[in-house]
Design a protein. Structure first.
Length: 419
């Protein structure tokens, strides 16, 4: 059970300095699942120290793997995978556990687990995953609050996804690398984290073409070999700190290991009047503290504006110079934070999938409740910009995706601490 944490923030301090951005949460979870397919040793460097990673490692250990952490590296030995059932308590709080299904079907031909958990941000149907498995020859049964998938041998086929779901794309790729014959994914998601997964699988010996496009073809499986891979920097974490600097009138430098991780986020920074400077391994964010409103922005699959940055953007635009409109097209319950921002004096209302934000001159400190991971980060951003003291009450969501966020912001000059 995760204990409630309180982030206490005295607003009004501009963020300044340099920060090394952690490894990507959304990349490392599928990479851990991919390690189940490799009977050699898999070493993942640059992994974030977050609770979702710890829970994912707990799951693969339960399945029979040996896995341990060494500083920011994870070493996984999946030579022995002897269990094919995952108890409810291990999957109910981490959405990435769903990715184990594709890997386990490919490796063992059987997996039983409860429905995955995560943040309460709306419906995340698993039917895309399961219908793809069925098309590849698996039998899917719904049993007492859970799912049982079995197969003798997966068969390659063409899987046309109704929507470019990141999780479904990853799960089909994981299942397909040991299928008999080629598998073609049509309308695949194109997020950088999927490219990361494909790159690791190719190092393991897979033959994958169309990486980074809407059509991905998986031709052959992987072989037993020891591999080492460095996880990409987290583009959502980088964007979160960039928006925190923007709203506080800050000047920060984010050290990253991929030069394209701000795609989809940087465009809006410029629209809000924030300057960006790029180098081979950094992005510098310079803000004068005045935020321009954005008449309309819609969350979309990559390379569009990511849903995982929508809440943070709302916090920033609440202090914009006019009216902004955000349309959420991915998850229908991403507007949890509106009620919390209203406590701070924001002027926001929502209708169906759109949020209408009239910028105010200032926010005031308040006691706020966190209901999801990215919403929690957004409320911290609001607290950094607000007048007075803000207390953000978090039941464990923020630590699922951000390592040392209070320490990092404090080192950048923010007045924030954990109570």
């Amino acid at each position: 059970m995760v204990l409630m944490q309180s982030y206490v923030i005295e607003g009004g301090w501009p963020l300044k300095g340099e920060l090394v951005i952690q490894g990507s949460k959304n990349a490392v979870l599928p990479l851990i699942a991919a390690a189940l397919l490799n009977e050699g040793i898999t070493v993942l460097d640059g992994c974030p120290d977050i609770s979702d990673v710890d829970k994912m490692l707990e799951i693969i250990r339960h399945l029979g793997c040996k896995a341990y952490k060494d500083k920011d590296s994870i070493i996984i030995d999946a030579a022995s995978v002897y269990c094919d059932e995952i108890p409810e308590e291990m999957v109910k709080s981490v959405r990435g556990s769903m990715l184990v299904m594709g890997a386990m079907l490919a490796r063992c031909g059987r997996i039983a687990m409860n429905y995955p958990g995560g943040c309460m941000i709306g419906e995340r149907p698993v039917n895309y995953h399961l219908s793809a498995f069925e098309k590849m020859g698996a039998e899917v049964r719904y049993v007492e609050n859970g799912i049982l998938c079995t197969c003798t041998q997966l068969t390659g086929c063409t899987v046309a996804l109704p929507f470019p779901s990141v999780g479904a794309t990853e799960n089909v790729i994981l299942a397909a690398v040991k299928a008999c014959g080629p598998t073609t994914i049509i309308n695949a998601a194109m997020e950088p984290e999927i490219i990361e997964l494909c790159r690791l699988l190719c190092i393991m010996g897979a033959d994958i073409s169309g990486i980074g496009s809407k059509i991905i073809i998986i031709n052959k499986g992987i072989s037993k070999r020891d591999v080492q891979y460095t996880v990409m920097s987290d583009r959502i974490v980088a964007g979160t700190y960039a928006y925190a600097a923007a709203v506080t009138g800050g000047d920060i430098c984010c050290i990253v290991n991929r030069d394209d991780i701000m795609t989809g986020i940087s465009v809006l920074c410029k629209k809000m009047g924030i300057k960006l400077k790029y180098g081979n391994d950094y992005v510098r964010i310079i803000s004068g503290g005045k935020i321009r409103s954005i008449p309309y922005v819609k969350t979309e699959p990559y390379p569009g504006f990511p849903t995982d940055m929508q809440s943070q953007l709302m916090s920033v635009l609440s202090l914009g110079d006019g009216i902004s409109v955000i349309e959420e097209s991915i998850f229908e319950k991403r507007y949890h934070i509106i009620g919390e921002l209203l406590k701070m004096g924001a002027d926001i209302h929502s209708k169906e999938s759109r949020a209408y934000i009239r910028g105010v001159k200032s926010l005031k400190g308040a006691v706020l409740d966190v209901k999801d991971l990215r919403g929690g980060a957004a409320l911290i951003i609001a607290g950094l910009a607000a007048d007075g003291t803000t207390t953000v009450l978090d039941p464990g969501y923020i630590g699922r995706g951000y390592e040392r966020i209070a320490d990092n912001l404090s080192e950048l000059g923010g007045n924030i601490y954990l109570a």
